[in-house]
Write a protein that binds this ligand. Sequence first.
Ligand SMILES: [Zn+2]
Length: 268
Amino acid sequence: MIRFPVGRDGYRWIGKTNWSCFVVSLCCVVISGIGGIRVSVADHSGVVDTSGVVDTSSVVDTSARAKNKGKSLSCWDALRGLGVKAKRARAQGVTDAVEIPETLGAVTYRGYGQPKTLILDCSLALSLAIAAPYFAAQGITRVRYSSAYQRRFIRGTKRLSHHSFGLAIDLHTFSGDVLGTLTIRDDYEQGLGDVSNCLGNPLTENGLVLRKLWCQLSSSQLFRIILGPDFDADHYNHFHVEALPWSERSDRSLISERLIAGTRSNAH
Ligand SMILES: [Zn+2]
């Protein structure tokens, strides 16, 4: 049996230990309250809902999805379709640069000592917008980041970091009115979890919140990779959150179909 958490207090058993079945199980994140559009878009293979807080019911009926099968929006259209008030931008090395507002979904992003403008590749902006319910599920409404779009090499190499392409952002602190402020540096507990139980057994409430967030972001398949303190010493104080370019994403059609279907159903 695989167990995974439904909340701070316990676990629910979801099936026999058959990882392949688990990997192909579907989980839908319902995006609501973003520009008034209600559509589930994160129906990604391998998604593990590790909190039980996010509504995993699909709001798009299967016949509507079938009608739109194979249709793919541009990232820009998908982002706008979600109701994100982005602007087109220009940034060296960024394929599809967008300037995004401080708030994506219900989450406000603020940088340390950077211009207020947050420039990202559209693909990362879209993933963060879709992932907003994961943050909200943990009571997180404000995020502080350090590096977002920034032309630089990966430390100790001559290879450009994905920050150079607007495809990565470093998240340091997470705040909410009830939650208070949590930092990766002080509150993240290292060495937890394994392949069958991502969460592990955090010792503190704050550690649990951050571990849940890490597990949800990592398993959502909205991102190419999430690196944190468990990866190496360079990440002791932040989550490096990185997306694939839109053209390389296998979930383009899925996101597009759901957005198109959701928009249509809203029009009724
Ligand atoms: Zn980074």
